[in-house]
Design a protein around this ligand. Structure first.
Ligand code: ADP
Ligand code: MG
Length: 605
């Protein structure tokens, strides 16, 4: 037999490696922006079209590359940033693997134009699927411009897996925001389909936050700073009263690299304990500096996870620092934007405060405003598809069980008819309990209501039948560019739920009406809640309509703790069993359980 093992050609090896480095347009954007940062650019311009699927360009005014380096930069494992294995333990640059440009070039049509400051002429290289098409001297601005066209044009499988432009754009904006936050001293701009959506002048972190997330962040920032060995922290946390109902802007950076860490997030959450309600998420942008020898950034190819050699200390310091800055905020005025973080509000924690677990100023400051708005009235709406259950109840009240009507397609696996006239009551404002033939029916009010609303909204979406209640005073909501494009993509669907929304300017949405059956009349709150929840669900990769229906159901449904009277309880149960799938909430949680009389009997035997 002849030998069969061959070395892969470079182009194929690069394409395989690209699978790890470049998963979607946003990963290419991230690599290009990081390269510009590493090249010490002071201004970086990002241009994307069609969420980067057909076009992205990063232009920087950094140090540029020589002709030879420009060619070398496209080779795999070619880097100017490390040269020996010890360097791995003292990384201060964003890149170091030397595989990004080679990977992107393997799966796109790329043009690289670059010039060093001391050179008259620069060079241009065109490369497609790892194949050099052109390389020549060219007039160029100082710095580097890399254009990536038709990403994944030669990898259809990858291309087909890309999500909608709205979703892909959100990932790009996420990467853009992370890098822009980490380098406030660098100017950035983002152009989206020929429209400038962000223009970020160089400045201080606080200004960068406001430019990125909006003016209302001005009042909510509390500085947080702590210098300790071997780890120091600086940044901002949001005041407790600004906490959001969904995980919004929460950023950790370690040595200026954005990281995800559930562990450190927990430390912040702990610090907010007692100040915000459960299920609320505080804003934070925190920078941890640590000698690189104490961390390993190499654990994950896309590098958003890192390992600390002493995680517990990191946790303790983060928690104490945030706690301390919150303690101070009650007595310190709103941040003075004309001064630098280093000069005002410098909050010092000494070792004692870290050990002092008794932050008495936090007692009785529970600002929880769980707006358990009694949404129960919407229970009484005519739920589409709802069978006339009360009639069935009357007629069959003498029967032992109820089988659900044909054509209702009800797969509730119960013989669960609440018996007429039997006691019904609420347990801990959370469960509804009543008697059924086989024993005791326990309904989880939150899960049940979510199911009811979900099916109703889904129907609205399918038949564009949501009824609107016009607002007297239309409200404008400012969205960040990614949310704005997400909402615009779904404008029709959102309106068929009963909202009346319209784009208003570059990134505002005008809310002119709400679904008529909502009890809340706070347009802004309902709408923002819907968008937040929708984004949170994006990870579940649900179809758009299902996600919308789920999000609105979740947002407007009854909550644990809502008080119900008997009639409300009965209606809730009726509507639940009129659902197509009464057994489970949209997120899979069970809506009810029957405790059999037999089981109860056994308790006593
Ligand atoms: P890495 O960033 O890990 O070194 P890359 O493939 O991203 O690997 O880049 C390869 C090399 O190309 C870099 O080490 C750097 O020397 C050079 N390079 C890439 N982008 C730029 C840029 N925008 N300006 C100057 N040099 C760059
Ligand atoms: Mg790089």
């Amino acid at each position: 037999m002849s030998d069969i093992i061959k070395l892969l050609p470079d182009s194929l090896a690069n394409q395989i490696a690209a699978g790890e480095v470049v998963q979607r347009p946003a990963s290419a954007v991230k690599e290009l922006l990081e390269n510009a940062i590493d090249a010490e650019a002071t201004f970086i311009k990002l241009i994307v079209k069609e969420a980067g699927k057909t076009f992205m360009q990063v232009i920087d005014n950094g140090k540029g590359m020589s002709e030879t380096d420009a060619r070398m930069s496209l080779e795999r494992h070619a880097t100017s940033k490390i040269s020996k294995s010890e360097d791995l333990f003292s990384i201060r640059t964003m890149g170091f693997r030397g595989e990004a440009l080679a990977s992107i070039a393997a799966v796109s049509q790329m043009e690289l134009k670059t010039r060093q400051a001391d050179q008259e002429l620069g060079s241009v290289i065109v490369i497609e699927a790892s194949e050099i098409k052109k390389q020549e001297p060219a007039a160029a601005e100082k710095g580097t411009s890399i254009t990536v066209k038709n990403l994944f044009y030669n990898v259809p499988a990858r291309r087909n897996f890309l999500k909608s432009n709205g979703v892909e754009m959100k990932h790009i904006v996420d990467e853009f925001q992370r890098i822009a936050l980490a380098y406030p001293e660098v100017g950035f701009s983002l152009h989206q389909n020929d429209m400038e959506t962000y223009s970020l002048p160089p400045g201080k972190l606080s200004q960068r936050i406001v430019h990125l997330f909006g003016k209302n962040y001005k009042e909510q920032l509390v500085a947080c700073e702590e210098q300790l060995e071997p780890l120091s922290i600086q940044g901002y946390v949001g005041k407790p009263e600004f906490a959001k109902k969904t995980r919004g802007e929460q950023f950790f950076f370690v040595n200026n690299r954005f990281i995800k860490s559930n562990y450190l997030n927990h430390a912040v959450t702990k610090a907010f304990e007692g100040l915000i309600g459960e299920g609320s998420f505080p804003f934070y942008v925190l920078f941890i500096s640590i000698d690189p020898k104490h961390i390993d950034i190499n654990v994950h190819p896309t590098k958003t996870e890192i390992k600390f050699d002493d995680e517990r200390t990191a946790y303790a310091i983060v928690r104490a620092a945030v706690r301390q800055s919150l303690a101070t905020h009650n007595i310190t005025p709103t941040l003075d934007f004309s001064a630098d973080i280093n000069l005002t509000q410098k909050i010092h924690i000494n070792r004692e405060t870290i050990q002092d677990k008794n932050y008495s100023q936090f007692r009785n400051t529970d600002t929880r405003q769980q707006s358990n708005k009694d949404n129960w009235e919407s229970l009484f709406d005519e739920t589409p598809g709802r069978a006339d259950f009360s009639g069935i109840r009357e007629e069959e009240s003498s029967e032992m069980t109820l089988t659900f009507g044909s054509g209702m397609n009800n797969d509730a696996d119960v013989e669960a008819k609440p018996e007429k006239g039997k006691p019904i009551f609420q347990l801990h404002h959370r469960y509804i309990i009543t008697q059924v033939k086989s024993g005791m029916l326990i309904v989880d009010q939150q899960a049940a209501h979510e199911r009811i609303l979900f099916e109703k909204y889904l129907l609205y979406l399918e038949h564009q039948s949501g009824v609107s209640q016009q607002s007297l005073f239309p409200q404008a909501v400012s969205l960040n560019p990614s949310d704005f494009s997400l909402v615009m993509e779904m404008e029709e669907e959102i309106n068929s739920l009963g909202f009346i929304i319209e784009p208003f300017g570059k990134s505002d949405i005008l809310i002119k009406g709400l679904p008529a059956d909502l009890t809340s009349t706070n347009e802004k709150e309902v709408f923002e809640g819907l968008v937040d929840q929708f984004k949170k669900n994006v990870e579940l990769s649900l179809p758009k309509k299902e996600n919308l229906a789920r999000s609105l159901a979740k947002r407007t449904g009854l909550k644990i703790g809502s008080r119900l009277n008997e009639e409300e309880m009965e209606v809730l149960i009726d509507q639940l069993f009129a659902c197509k799938n009464a057994n489970y909430a949209p997120n899979g949680r069970k809506t009810f359980h029957i405790l059999e009389t037999l089981t109860i009997e056994n308790y006593f035997n």
